[in-house]
Structure formats: C-alpha cells, structure tokens
Design a protein around this ligand. Structure first.
Ligand code: TXA
Ligand code: MG
Length: 327
C-alpha cells in the first residue's frame, strides 16, 4: 500500500517516476496511470495496479515530435500531417516501434501506440523527463475512465504514489487511435479527434477497424467502460417500459424525460453541443453508478462527429447487459 499524495508539483511527480513508481497524470482526454515507459519493471506495476491483462498494450506519451521520433523507426507522411494538425491533442498513432520500446509496452506487437497529450502540467512533466510515459486510463481495468482526480482516487488510492492534480479533463473521452496502411488511415478507436477531421487533414480515405471479436486494439473488447449497475442503451421510452418496478436513471443528450418519472436524469447538453456532452459523459456514468438508482438508461446520441465516439462508449458500457439478456 502507498500513501497516495495529490498535488500540482511536477518535481515530486518527476522524482517518483524516476524511481520507477506510479503517478496519475492529467491529460485533455482522461487521467492516465503513468510509469517510465522504457522500464519493464515500472510498467509491470501499471498492469498490477489496474489489474489489467498483459495482452492489452499501453500508449506511450511524449512532449513533442523529437521525443516521438526516438521511439519509432519510420513515420508515413499522413502521420506527419496529423501530428501537424492535431498534436498535442487527443490522437494516438500506431507506428513501427524502435528497439528501445519494451515488448511489455506493446504486448509483443511490432507497433507502438504514441501520443502527445495536450495538458500544460503533463507537457511540462514530459519535457523534463528523459523517458516517455506509458499510461493507460487511470481506472481499474474495465471500469469507466476517470475525468478528474477524485475519480482516480476512487479506483486507485493506495496503489499509486502521486496524483498530479490538473483539474477536470477538457475532452472527456479517450484519444482516437489511428494506424496507417498504404494510402489509408485506419481508425482503431473512435475518440477526441473525429473521422471528419482526419479526412480533412490528410485528404485520405479513413477506414474503421473497430472489430470487437478479434480486436487489433485489445481495449476494443466490448465489455469496457462498464458501470457496476445494469446499463441499457437505446430508445429510452421503450427501455423504461420494461423497468416499471425499478428506480431508473436516464442519461440523455438534450431532451428531458421527466414525464416518464425516472428517479434521476442527467441531460448532458441542453443546448445540443456534442463536445459538452462528451466532456460530461464519464462523470455522469460514474455519478449514476453511485446514485440511488437500480438501472441506468442512455439515449443513442447523434451519430456524427464526436457523437460517434460517445455512442461507441455507451455501446460498450451496455454490452454486458445485452449478453446477459440474450442468454
Ligand atoms: O486518451 C487516451 O488515449 C488515454 C490517455 C491517458 O492518454 N489513454 C488510454 O489508454 O485510453 P488505455 O490503455 O485505456 O487505452 C489504450 C488503447 C487500448 O485499447 C489498447 O489496447 C490500445 O490503445 N493500444 C495500445 N497500444 C497498442 C498497440 N501497440 N497496438 C494496438 N493497440 C494498442
Ligand atoms: Mg482505458
């Protein structure tokens, strides 16, 4: 057990990381659980603290293009364009790894996932370090990602040395993960940068590889981002009809369902702004999970821009429920 400290001191974070210890770091997407990405012993602590299977690889975080280039053996033009357009920002690149990257980080893959996060504290920390930070989301494996330091402590207090306090995460959904194939950009996980933005910046066709059965990005396993309580997604009016005797919590985009008498309702953006809804999504899922409701219902969001990533997370949260009801 560790006495987990919380603070804004980059030099404390730096010294724990240099000793091979775990530090939670703020990013614009979600909080990350960081360790020295070139030190397998430190990286093993991440898997242990999260109870994460070792076949699920980790993203390396760097401060700039120069640091990134030290970790890869090549980079396609399309990647350079995306970095110029969106980094620092919520996008992760799958690139052929150099031999300095431990196999434990990539789960044996020849490709490493790398991104430049957009948070001033974490960028300053990464600039001061001589190594990249391996960092998955700072939550116990399978649970909803943390978008503030309280969420981190709820899941990992006592298991890590320090939480670098950087306030609430601006984007609130994880980074978009992209790989490159000949003249194509392949999106492996929907996230903070939209398909439309990637198409505009590269002029290339974007294809999706979100296969759930045999995931190329194992975090694409369907039962992910799950609340402890039953979570159902779809037409709220229909769903609530099956839950007559239950205390229901509803998560919606801009519409109120108070006429259906839920116990609790969270409207993520009354003005209909998908970015605002994305930023509030994970906190609202966690709050519903802790509230006095028995089942959580969520609307399908508009399937455009970051709405696609919101629907992806809701579908994964709802997946356990669907399998159970099918059996
Ligand atoms: O926004 C984010 O990306 C956050 C912040 C902390 O940076 N990180 C994050 O990490 O979401 P994590 O571990 O929760 O999700 C990373 C995803 C997983 O689905 C993992 O399987 C995939 O990236 N991944 C990592 N390295 C990979 C690799 N070498 N090849 C394929 N998929 C990889
Ligand atoms: Mg995660």
């Amino acid at each position: 057990m560790y006495n987990t400290l919380v603070g804004v001191d980059i030099s404390i974070a730096k010294s724990f990381l240099e000793k091979g210890e775990l530090v939670a770091i703020p990013t614009e997407t979600v909080y990350g659980l960081a360790a020295n990405g070139l030190d397998s012993t430190a990286v093993l602590k991440i898997y242990a603290a999260k109870d994460r299977p070792q076949f699920n690889p980790l993203i390396l975080h760097v401060a700039n293009l120069e640091q990134l280039k030290e970790l890869v053996i090549s980079m396609p033009d399309a990647c350079e364009k995306l970095i110029a357009a969106f980094s620092p920002g919520p996008i992760t690149f799958l690139l052929p790894k150099s031999e300095v990257v431990p196999d434990l980080v990539t789960a044996g893959s020849s490709h490493v996932a790398i991104r430049i996060p957009d948070h001033p504290l974490t960028l300053a920390l990464l600039s001061a370090l001589k190594f990249p930070l391996a960092a998955p989301s700072a939550n116990p494996s399978g649970y909803v990602s943390p978008v503030n330091s309280d969420h981190v402590l709820q899941g990992l207090s006592g298991k890590i040395s320090y939480v670098l306090e950087g306030g609430p995460c601006r984007v609130g959904l994880e980074s978009t993960i992209v790989g490159f194939h000949a003249d194509e950009v392949v999106v492996h996980r929907l996230g903070g940068i939209t398909i439309e933005q990637i198409e505009r910046a590269t002029g290339l066709v974007v294809s999706l590889a979100l296969s759930h059965a045999s995931p190329t990005a194992p975090g694409q396993l369907k039962s992910h981002y799950a609340t402890a309580k039953p979570f159902l997604m779809g037409d709220v009016e229909q769903l609530i009809a099956d839950q007559v005797s239950k205390k229901v919590g509803i998560i919606s985009f801009k519409q109120s369902y108070l006429s259906l008498h839920p116990k609790l309702e969270f409207i993520l953006s009354p003005s209909g702004n998908l970015d605002e809804a994305a930023a509030k999504l994970f906190a609202s899922m966690r709050e519903m999970d802790a509230a006095d409701v028995e089942v959580i219902l969520a609307e399908r969001f508009p399937d455009q821009g970051i709405g696609k990533a919101i629907n992806d997370r809701l579908e994964r949260a709802a997946f356990n429920e669907k399998t159970t009801s099918r059996i």
